[in-house]
Design a protein around this ligand. Structure first.
Ligand SMILES: [Mg+2]
Length: 413
């Protein structure tokens, strides 16, 4: 497939008819399709209508010479990737360098050897074909794919350009002189154009998450994978949009941690948060109190007013208490009409005051029209020797005593 370029279009630009004829004959004999122009302006006119696969460009021409023609072609977005080979009688190094600087891929010195000419044309058609294939492959990816030297983007696919609202790579590099200012690793960097920033924190084959904003200011989450090209000092990044996955994960996690009826934390989440609090306490020790409380004679409420009313009381009491505790306090439905409350940063005296305040507020609030709803509470303060079980057991013991002593009260242990 790569050796058959019979369908390739080659534009020959030369002001000498003899050259055109010679070149044309060689190339046509191979099987290429030929288009000709006798000066730079005419070539530019043809390029507005036809996009050849390669251009053979004479340097010395009247009006618009080869260098200027090349410059204009390279400045045109949809033409700049067409390979240009200069045809020149000039063999001075500075002339040759100038041609390459303008973006030519090769030069052929006149008078030319026909087999050398054919070989060079074929090589550059193959290169162009491979590049186009690669770009097509990249564009085929829904993921964003880009190649970078750690600072600048060298190549990118259509998804990437579209996401960054850039016409081409040059435009992207102008907007973001450093790729690191574009990728938000959530490190709180102030996105200044700090040139010392270099993409190096991505070890090969490891995956990272970054947040990026779309042109419409929507933040999306991407998983980045980096592959370093050995000995080339470039790496290829692929960025997969995982925003939806992350949102699903978060909502599932939330679902798994919330009591369905009352919308306060469930027992599993409470245990997790307790562990976390104890870990944090090793670094930053504070007083912690645990309260276990339940609704007095809850069975009677269910029996008298029905289970729906009972559920309604549970929901309303949970939300009422949640509204009267601090942000740092952790409320959980332990089971049935039983709740736990973790008070972080409160000693037992403060904890009792909090319990009494809540208990009295609940007693006064009309959860049921014709009778007050009361609660019994047991509280214990965390000891370094405590496990969650022993901590809960002591508070539970205090709750038992509160019940025994007539309910609607707080006991400590
Ligand atoms: Mg000439």
């Amino acid at each position: 497939m790569l050796t058959n370029f019979k369908n390739a279009y080659i534009l020959i630009v030369d002001d000498t008819p003899k050259n055109i004829q010679l070149l044309g004959t060689i190339l046509k004999n191979i099987g290429y399709k030929i288009i000709v122009a006798t000066n730079g302006l005419q070539a530019l006119g043809i390029l507005e209508k036809i996009k050849p696969d390669l251009i053979l460009l004479d340097v010395m021409m009247p009006e618009l010479d080869g260098y200027e023609t090349c410059k204009r072609i390279k400045a045109t977005d949809n033409l700049k990737n067409i390979p240009i080979i200069f045809l020149t009688a000039k063999t001075q190094p500075e002339d040759i360098v100038k041609g390459f600087d303008l973006g030519a891929v090769d030069y052929i010195v006149k008078p030319f050897n026909s087999s050398e000419l054919a070989a060079r044309v074929k090589t550059h058609l193959e290169l162009k074909f491979n590049q186009d294939m690669l770009q097509t492959l990249l564009n085929f990816q829904r993921d964003m794919v880009l190649m970078t030297d750690g600072e600048k983007v060298i190549a990118a696919n259509y998804s990437f350009l579209q996401f960054t609202d850039s016409k081409n790579i040059e435009e992207f590099n102008q907007k973001y002189p450093n790729i690191m200012t574009f990728l938000d690793f959530g490190t709180g960097s102030d996105k200044d154009k700090n040139s010392s920033l270099k993409l190096q924190r991505l070890p090969n084959d490891e995956e990272f998450q970054v947040k990026m904003k779309t042109a419409n200011d929507i933040t999306l989450i991407f998983r980045i994978k980096q592959n370093i090209v050995p000995e080339k000092e470039v790496s290829i990044l692929s960025l997969t949009d995982i925003t939806q996955l992350e949102n699903q994960k978060n909502s599932l996690e939330e679902k798994a941690s919330i009591d369905e009826l009352t919308k306060v934390y469930n027992r599993t989440k409470f245990q997790q948060l307790f562990k976390q609090t104890i870990e944090e306490n090793k670094i930053n020790p504070r007083s912690i109190c645990l309260v276990i409380f339940d609704i007095d004679h809850f069975k009677k409420i269910n029996d008298t007013y029905g289970h729906n009313k009972g559920d309604e009381v549970l929901v309303n009491i949970s939300q009422f208490i949640k509204a009267h505790i601090r942000m740092s306090d952790i409320l959980c439905r332990w089971g049935g009409e039983e709740f736990t409350l973790l008070l972080v940063g409160s000693n037992i005296e403060d904890g009792i005051k909090i319990c009494e305040k809540i208990r009295m507020l609940v007693e006064k609030y009309p959860f049921i029209e014709d009778r007050p709803v009361t609660m019994s509470m047991g509280i214990s303060q965390y000891l370094l020797t405590d496990t969650l079980e022993s901590f809960v057991a002591r508070a539970d013991n205090a709750l038992y005593r509160a019940k025994k002593s007539g309910r609607n009260r707080t006991e400590r242990n």
